[in-house]
Design a protein around this ligand. Structure first.
Ligand SMILES: [Zn+2]
Length: 232
């Protein structure tokens, strides 16, 4: 049994990026936990009481993420409250420390997170903070760090920036239905086709990643680090 920690900026990123892989880990007996950096709704205005509408939206997003987590087999969610779409206003060290706190409570074998190639600023900062918090020092539990792609962020960055390389491919044919079911919990975040965050495009991406490597459907990852100590 492996301990898996998925670290995302917004709830829905875990399902978009690697929902089927999470379901596959859970099915093979691994323990999967999720860390979410922001509420995914918006930043609270300082010194102002949050409106009822704001509180209701945050609550609805939380309920959606709990439902999706149940479907995928995630055991626990560490929900943080960094400012949504404004994580660049935080000191990186504050974000790193928050991740280190979770790593201490739950030292994982494998960490999954965002790609540095994403357009979304929260994704990029989460990526940087994860790599910093998981630096390979003696005694670290983390053996593997993989980053995933999130439609409407990874493919939307400027071509002048480094592009996501699908490098570590996970066959998800038997788990696609779980991802599809979990995505239904996030209806509010999905858009009508031909938006890239539509059900049609998400399925097309899984089909393309699969067929490129001889599978019906796949999720693709970039290897940030693999440490082989006990066995190869
Ligand atoms: Zn996101």
């Amino acid at each position: 049994m492996k301990k898996i920690l998925v670290i995302v900026a917004h709830s829905d990123d875990e399902t978009l990026g690697m929902g089927a892989t999470i379901a596959r880990h859970a099915a093979q007996g691994d323990e999967v936990k999720l860390m979410v950096m922001t509420n995914g709704i918006g930043a609270r205005v300082d010194n102002e009481q949050p409106s009822e509408d704001f509180i209701a939206q945050v609550k609805a997003r939380q309920v959606a993420s709990e439902k999706a987590a149940n479907i995928l087999g995630i055991k626990e969610i560490f929900q943080l409250d960094f400012p949504d779409n404004k994580m660049d206003t935080m000191a990186l060290l504050t974000v790193v420390k928050a991740i280190e706190d979770v790593l201490e409570k739950y030292p994982p074998d494998v960490v999954y997170t965002h790609s540095r190639c994403d357009l979304n600023v929260d994704h990029v900062i989460t990526h940087k903070a994860v790599l910093t918090a998981c630096r390979p020092q003696k005694g670290t539990s983390v053996r593997k760090i993989l980053s995933f792609e999130v439609l409407s962020s990874t493919e939307w960055n400027s071509p002048s920036q480094p592009s996501f390389i699908p490098q570590y491919i996970i066959d998800i044919d038997d788990y696609w239905h779980k991802k599809s079911q979990a995505l239904q919990c996030y209806q509010a975040e999905l858009r009508p086709y031909p938006h890239s965050r539509s059900m049609e495009c998400i399925e097309a991406q899984a089909t393309l990643r699969g067929a490129t490597f001889g599978f019906n459907k796949a999720e693709a990852f970039f290897v940030e680090r693999i440490l082989a100590s006990n066995s190869l």
